[in-house]
Write a protein that binds this ligand. Structure first.
Ligand code: PMP
Ligand code: GLN
Length: 399
């Protein structure tokens, strides 16, 4: 039986449709399964191996005991919407109305899905930075959009302003910015963000900014797109509690945007999940109200972990690009004689007892070759785990 429907173009958009028509698991699922099967250290999928703040975990238990177990309101519990609005003001000086300009979602993933599906028509162009997070490719295709990319080239992974000018045109409906960037760890400088805002104005495009790593930058402050002059009116800002509070399994995300855009996105969101995670919502609200010391603490902790992994990968012979944010570091395996990162990642459990993911999994088929020797390692892991992994990688024999 031939199964028709949108699944095929969705899988193709995320690079998961094989020649024979079968659908592969996402690279994160494939590599986590490989780690489980082989017992290798999993530096592939980006999730922390330690719990987040005790107050946040306790608040979820308390909410369950208090009976916060039924459907929350469609836009999210007021306690969380209020905390999101306070957070945007405390860190970035942004004023958002918790009643009309905030929407709680099932992770940043649902925020992205509802936004893209709500705001594009088939044939509209959507611009992303490549390598791109796989969900963007899948969702743009699901919505019938045309995916255009601006390449971030090694070693600094910054976009070329002329490439941005060429990609963003009157056909562009959405510009998806991911800052700090997964998988490269790039933090975009203010002048790049300003250029994106100017181009959005010139071509009447909307900006969707995925800022899930907003609190995980090293030595550079996070600058939300919405804080730039003229940006807030056309920007949908997306974040999530998963990374900041080490609760990736709770799937509490949110977006902030002008009221009319939130209403449009809600029209779609209500038929995806309707709502989710009632007792986790007050717990994430608790987290968002934690003092500044918590936030500086998680960034400093992760920066130290980045340094451990960066040193270890360099010692093992990789050429490493130093990330300014996020959970991830990109390593070039070419100096070790490995030019095919996907092949290396499949062999790495045997060769070194470590799992990583190839950057090619974040690229469109046409552009994979230029990124092919690059692999992504996650450093959101305990220091001793990172030390063990790098000690094992040090034994990697050049090919
Ligand atoms: N965007 C980016 C850039 C991510 O890295 C991730 C997850 N790691 C997500 C979105 C999805 O976030 P969530 O788990 O909150 O859906
Ligand atoms: N965002 C995580 C990563 O980049 C994984 C999320 C997922 O498995 N879809 O590793």
């Amino acid at each position: 039986m031939t199964i028709s429907g949108a699944w095929r173009r969705t899988a193709r958009g995320a690079g998961l449709l094989a020649q024979d028509g079968s659908v592969a698991a996402s690279i994160f699922a494939e590599m986590s399964a490989l780690a489980l099967r082989t017992g290798a250290i999993n530096l592939g999928q980006g999730f922390p191996d330690e719990d987040g703040p005790a107050e946040v975990l306790e608040a979820a238990r308390q909410a369950i005991s208090d009976g916060v177990n039924q459907y929350p309101p469609g836009r999210g519990l007021p306690v969380l919407r209020g905390a999101i609005a306070r957070h945007q003001h405390r860190f970035y000086g942004l004023s958002v109305d918790p009643d009309t300009e905030v929407l709680v979602t099932a992770g940043a993933t649902e925020a992205l899905a509802a936004t893209i599906l709500a705001l594009i028509e088939p044939g509209d162009e959507v611009v992303t930075l490549e390598p791109f997070y796989d969900a963007y490719g899948g969702l743009i295709a699901l919505g019938g959009g045309i995916h255009r990319t601006v390449r971030l080239r090694a070693p600094d992974f910054q976009p070329d302003p002329d490439d941005l000018r060429a990609a963003i045109t009157d056909r562009t409906r959405l510009i998806i910015v991911n800052n700090p960037h997964n998988p490269t760890g790039t933090v975009l400088p203010p002048e790049t963000l300003e250029l994106i805002v100017a181009l959005a104005h010139r071509h009447d495009a909307l900006i969707v900014t995925d800022e899930v790593y907003e609190h995980l930058t090293f030595g550079v402050p996070h600058l939300p797109v919405a804080a730039l002059a003229g940006a807030a009116e056309r920007t949908i800002t997306i974040s999530s509690g998963g990374k900041t509070f080490s609760t990736t399994g709770w799937k509490i995300g949110w977006l902030t945007a002008p009221a009319s855009l939130v209403t449009a996105i809600l029209a779609v969101k209500q038929f995806l999940t309707y709502v989710n995670g009632a007792p986790f919502q007050p717990a994430i609200a608790r987290g968002l109200d934690l003092p500044d010391s918590f936030y500086t603490g998680i960034a400093a902790d992760l920066e130290a972990k980045r340094d451990v992994l960066e040193r270890g990968l360099t010692a093992a012979g990789f050429a490493v690009s130093r990330p300014q944010g996020s959970y991830f570091i990109v390593a070039d395996a070419a100096p070790l004689g490995y030019t095919d990162g996907a092949e290396l990642c499949r062999a790495l459990p045997d060769l070194a007892g470590v799992v990583a993911v190839p950057i090619s999994a974040f690229c469109s088929a046409a552009h994979r070759p230029e990124f092919s020797s690059l692999v992504r390692f996650a450093y959101c892991k305990k220091v001793d785990v990172l030390e063990r992994a790098t000690a094992q990688l040090a034994g990697l024999v050049p090919r």
